[in-house]
Design a protein around this ligand. Structure first.
Ligand code: GLA
Ligand code: ZN
Length: 675
């Protein structure tokens, strides 16, 4: 491998491979030999190695064995396979957890967990940090320049929290650093409530739900701790290796603010396990596409789908995917900016709780299974796509999905349990999904991102406004952007304290000409919205699906009103011109179909065209561009044959059909067109 093609995603081809655990097969070298034959047959080029191999690398405290890994990495080099070498801190050896019980977490109820399972070490324990640093140093020294190592996979799916005295003390220091004095903290936390004024930092218990700032700060703190632990590892690696580092995220996992973790990564990697048979394929697809669009937006660069399942995960009894569905899932990632798709796992183990988890190589050990063939076929196709590798995504439209705002809303009493209540990413997802149905490229961003590169910005239920965000939303609109605000916008500040002077706060009330007086949570079907003088999908009345804000249009045009009950006739959707742009306020929760129709109308007015015209409703498209070429990933999310008529000169990248203006997509099928 030449120097310039060694690193991470910076390869001239798409990465394809998976988690490979040869450490579990050392007693059967013939299996490992066979693996390398099968890897070529499966068209796989890249593997994550050593994710859970601490106990094989350091069988007892300070006793190391790298021989087997030397051998595996050399085999990888010999066979031209790239490796993301993992640091093994995701699972501690038994000796570590038992000799040093302080590395086990203290749970919420105050009891110390026993050593078991994985991804459950205390991030603060000095013993844990020392041991982690030592094994990572050994790996980095030894393999930092190994020609097969193209990147580093730090730990595994960081998650969870620890309430040990050391972590709590660190939490108190974190608060002290941030707020300086207890008086300031007491004010920020509204601590007079239920007589909670603290007189010593040590009295602050993050498990006390009385003050909702506590939970918010604890979550911020857990993110800080996790990032610090990751940095402990990456700082060491960077001393010895040029190869980029990453860690595998889990979509919109609520426990960590992934934008902060992203800052510690050189490129983004994500694990993705959609349940295609649990919901409508388009619903699942939206969730997955949204996650991909966020992972691309985090660095505005291609990311890696580090884990996906080639078969069926063992943790849920599930239908098998059809061949088209499998390829659709993979190409959904590539279309939305992945420069590689990998699997958990390469080969099924013989024991342990994941022994029946889908894998490329099954227990029969052959290349004859349906899953293996699918993987190999897809891998072969991926090779033909090398020209698209590294291609960029250009989005005029963006949707905000913000961790801290979501945390604040979820921890606020009064909105929990209501219809339309926030569950993780629900509201942003609904709006994303509606916009996805307009066939445009979308960036999924957080509230502190730069808005200036977009023309159309949807801000679903941005409950918490960080400093300066309202001003930037106003600026975005006045310079010509179209801004969509929805109910629950701008209600609290960064301390989760209600903003005074009428919602939406921080100047947004005046800006959008709307005052949100109160919020009603009717049951589905109990309220409707009536459009004023226009139609969507040839209708002018729609049921509300959840929250209804009682708003007043103080200085805005009323586009729709409520149809029933005591607030019949009150505004439900408004619009106001602001400088060169428009701000819309959607006070009622509406279903995706209405939102799609509404957004289609707005985009048409803005001259933001669909990526491809005339697509059937159940087809989705993503676009990547490189060297003057545009590539369209067109995917059928239905179980019926779809017929597409395209204008312009398009070439089907696989069939080479240059006419290209008539295309048939079989059930679940995907294709790629080049313009
Ligand atoms: C996660 C983990 C893997 C494996 C898979 C199973 O993504 O990172 O180690 O356990 O789940 O689906
Ligand atoms: Zn701890």
């Amino acid at each position: 491998m030449s120097e310039e093609t060694r690193f991470g995603l910076e390869q001239p081809f798409f990465l394809h491979g998976g988690d490979y655990n040869p450490d579990q097969w050392l007693e059967q070298p013939e299996i490992i030999e066979r693996d390398f034959e099968l890897m070529d047959k499966a068209n796989c080029n890249t593997f994550s190695i050593g994710v859970f191999s601490w106990t094989k690398l350091e069988p007892s405290d300070g006793v190391f064995d790298f021989g087997w890994l030397d051998n595996i990495l050399n085999l990888c080099e010999k066979h031209g396979k790239r490796v993301f070498l993992a640091t093994p801190t995701g699972a501690r050896p038994a000796w570590l957890g038992n000799q040093f019980p302080e590395t086990n977490r203290i749970l919420k109820d105050g009891t110390r967990a026993r050593w078991n399972e994985r991804e459950n070490h205390c991030y603060t324990s000095p013993v844990m940090r020392e041991h982690a640093a030592r094994i990572v140093t050994r790996l980095a020294e030894r393999y930092g320049n190994h020609p097969a190592v193209c990147g580093w996979h730090i730990s595994n799916e960081f998650n969870g929290e620890c309430f040990c005295p050391l972590c709590l003390e660190r939490f108190h220091n974190y608060l002290k650093d941030k707020y300086k004095t207890l008086e300031t903290f007491n004010q920020a936390a509204w601590a007079g409530f239920w007589s909670h004024i603290y007189t010593d930092w040590s009295q602050i218990d993050p498990r006390d739900c009385t003050l909702d700032l506590l939970d918010l700060e604890w979550k911020r703190f857990i993110t800080v701790c996790t990032v610090e632990f990751m940095k402990l590892e990456t700082d060491i690696i960077r001393t010895y290796s040029q190869a980029p580092v990453t860690t595998n995220m889990m979509g919109f996992y609520n426990g960590l603010d992934y934008w902060r973790l992203a800052e510690a990564c050189d490129f983004i990697a994500d694990d993705c396990y959609p349940s295609w048979d649990k919901e409508e394929p388009l619903k699942v697809g939206a969730r997955v596409a949204m996650s991909h669009d966020m992972h691309y937006a985090m660095k505005n660069k291609p990311f890696l789908m580090m884990e996906s399942c080639p078969g069926r995960p063992e943790w849920c009894v599930r239908k098998m995917r059809r061949a088209g569905e499998f390829e659709r899932e993979m190409l959904l990632a590539i279309g939305h900016g992945a420069d590689g798709t990998m699997y958990f796992q390469w080969r099924k183990g013989r024991g342990g709780m994941e022994k029946f988890h889908g894998a490329v190589v099954d227990h029969d050990g052959s290349n004859r299974t349906m899953i293996f063939k699918r993987v190999a076929d897809y891998g072969a196709k991926l090779k033909t796509l090398a020209e698209i590798h590294g291609a960029a995504i250009q989005a005029d439209c963006a949707v905000i999905s913000d961790w801290e705002s979501r945390w604040a809303l979820m921890s606020t009493f009064g909105f929990q349990g209501a219809p339309g209540q926030e569950k993780e990413n629900d509201m942003p997802l609904r709006h994303y999904s509606a916009l996805w149905g307009c066939h445009v490229s979308i960036a999924v961003i957080e509230q502190v991102c730069d808005f200036s590169k977009y023309k159309f910005l949807i801000v679903p239920s941005l409950y918490m406004l960080k400093k300066g965000v309202a001003e930037r939303l106003i600026q975005f609109t006045e310079k010509g952007g179209t801004l969509i605000l929805t109910n629950m916008t701008g209600m609290v500040d960064e301390n989760n304290q209600a903003i005074l002077g009428g919602f939406p706060g921080n100047g947004l009330r005046k800006f959008c000409g709307v005052w949100n007086e109160d919020v009603d949570c009717p049951d589905p079907g109990e309220q409707t919205v009536m459009l004023n003088g226009f139609q969507l999908n040839e209708r002018n009345s729609f049921p509300v699906t959840g929250r209804c804000e009682i708003i007043h249009a103080e200085d805005a045009d009323v586009l729709a009103t409520y149809g029933l009950d005591f607030y019949k006739g009150y505004p439900a959707i408004t619009r106001k011109k602001a400088g060169a742009g428009y701000v819309f306020y959607i006070a009622a929760d509406l279903d995706e179909e209405v939102l799609t129709a509404f957004y289609k109308l707005l985009l048409m007015n803005l001259k933001i065209k669909p990526l491809l015209p005339g697509l059937p409703d159940c087809v989705r498209v993503a676009k990547r561009s490189k060297d003057g070429h545009d590539y369209y990933f067109v995917q059928n999310f239905s179980n019926e044959l779809q017929h597409l008529s395209l204008s312009g000169k398009m070439m089907n990248i696989w069939s080479g059909n240059a006419k290209g203006n008539k295309i048939y997509l079989g059930p679940g099928e995907s294709t790629i067109l080049r313009a």
